[in-house]
Design a binder for this molecule. Sequence first.
Ligand code: DGJ
Length: 744
Amino acid sequence: MSIIFNEKTKEFHLYNKEISYIFNIMPNSQLGHLYFGKNVKHRDSFEHLFQVEARALTACVFEGDLTFSLEHVKQEYPSYGTTDFREPAFEILQGNGSRITDFKYKSNHIFKGKKKLKGLPATYVENYDEATTLEITLFDDLINAELILSYTIFENYPIITRSARYKNYGNDEIYLTGCMSLSLDLPSDEYEMVQLSGAWSRERYITERKLKPGIQSIYSARGASSANHNPFIALKSLNADEFQGEVYGFSLVYSGNFKAQVEVDAYSVARVTIGINPFGFQWKLDKEEEFQTPEAVLVYSNKGLNYMSQSYHELYRTRLARGQWRDKVRPILVNNWEATYFDFNEDKILNIAKTGKQLGMELFVLDDGWFGKRNDDTTSLGDWVVDKNKLPNGISNLASEIEKMGLKFGLWFEPEMVSKVSELYKNHPDWIISTPNRRVSHGRNQLVLDFSRTDVVDYIYNKMSEILTQSSISYVKWDMNRNITEAFSAKLSAKRQGEVMHRYILGVYDLYERLISKFPDILFESCASGGGRFDAGMLYYAPQAWTSDDTDAVERLKIQYGTSMVYPISCMGAHVSAVPNHQAKRITSLDTRGNVAYFGALGYELDLNKLNDNEKLKIKKQIEFYKKYREIIQKGIFYRLSSPFENDVNYISWMIISKDKNTVIVGRYRILNKPNPGYERLRLVGLDNNKLYKIISTGDKYYGDELMNIGLLINDNFTGFNENFGEIEDGDFNSQIFVLTVDN
Ligand code: DGJ
């Protein structure tokens, strides 16, 4: 067991070979926090870490004791109003209007393994030895409510997961007006807060700021985790970088409204909270009702940001993603969206698929526009019936034609939405999220179905199920293209309207769960106008996600670099598209487009029949290359080497190394060309000092220690001695891929 409870000192120590997490039961029977960081040896008592002293102008808990104030101690799951004046981890509104609570320690339960979270995505174990869990039960006698805090420590990762569960045993209703998944009081504010922020088409840019007194936070109130802020923050110590230094990561396994916040108090304590956004949230608990918060995943790294990311990658790829696609290499797909948009017919589709097959692609994905009368984005969402004008022989015939070619077939849906111009809306105008007697806002000409209602989810499940049963479909792209406004559900009472946003996302999870259970062979890829709901919650259902609608290779460097902060390479849909690029209007070479898209789940999204023979040949070679190395690309260890977010950056690089350290794939990208440049060396990391590596394209050999300390000698003329298949490429937006293998 890697969790010790010391009955005498009332201390808990969660530890593995990398980390220690220590906390205690305080004199008021609530939980105090003592330490989280690099592992320390266990000792009989950590009492000396519990620091209290008398201070002027301080409210204290016990009469006659001027030392014990909740403002001055570090806590596990603090409340407001009983001597702590900072923002709390939770708040409960009671019948008499009070929000004061007192959850006291009652019992604890330590067990091997990890429980599922009902209705919510969460990390899991495959055998009990992989993790140990501690559940602490606290109870508030006055309101008869229970609070269970759950902690799981993974044996082989520097990772602790946390969540909270509330249950009302009292006769009176109570309201949760805030309930974060985690709160952590760190004893220092000497950190930079790292966040992933952006917007449509420029998702998950890395942004950093030094912590300052007061509150700094990011959040979503859009009904989806959003492109604007990702449900993740890291605190990195001021001297830390990608390769060294202390970093704390906080990731939320959730796809709806979230908030991640750091409050720095007057004593330089940094209180981190992450969970459902309390703004607009209120959850009613009647007698015997429970509420489970989403799971937060905490990583501690003393080897910089890369190690934090690698820990997330490995856990999320192997113990969050599920199903048979978790471990399989991902098929190379061709998607018709940027090739045709809504303007296609059966011939066009079959021709693209045919060429795709000739070039080595494995899956054809039919995107938006195949149903109802959907010739643009104003109609038909909700009418999941094939448009016979475009596809006279139906989906099942198209799927089988494509399968006959030797490709798998995939289909696009946007299950959560309805167009005003649709049969579904005509028949069920009350199924949308809207507030009575208020104007309904629009986004992309569509309305949001009320997924907090089971009847709505049932209907969509049946419709999708029908299509997925009737045709041979191996892949589903699940899109979601607008955020929720006028949040209100016709099915919920006035007192429960604060539940709509969370219930909506529970409905989305429910539909996913039903579909992946019924169709376990289908690979699901989540999407929300690109990366508008790219989060750990979605990965539990869909092991792949469309990273961004922006397919420009230069923009993608930033997007994929930022996304890699938390999310594994295997889950990032990355497509080669046409030039000029449809989003950035930039022209980049086919090589560079490929060299960027290799670092993800590779796909193509352009009209393959408009390519010349040379381009087709190149794509064929790209696909051969990717097939050869995709096992390593998708499952290896990824390192960010030089960042596109630094000032005046011109060179960006990253690499993947196989777990046995025998194969290394390096991507190096130059934004603008420079005449007569200096000589560059690129230092690699994570190699075996003593292995002799050969650069496949040049035959040059270096030992691992040379590559890590001296570096790879780069010829910046980019003369083509690389994996660009013999082509000499110069000019702007250029790139090189180096493959190194151990030469025995
Ligand atoms: C937004 C997605 O991100 C695109 O890839 C595409 O599927 C369109 N929606 C279709 O409407």
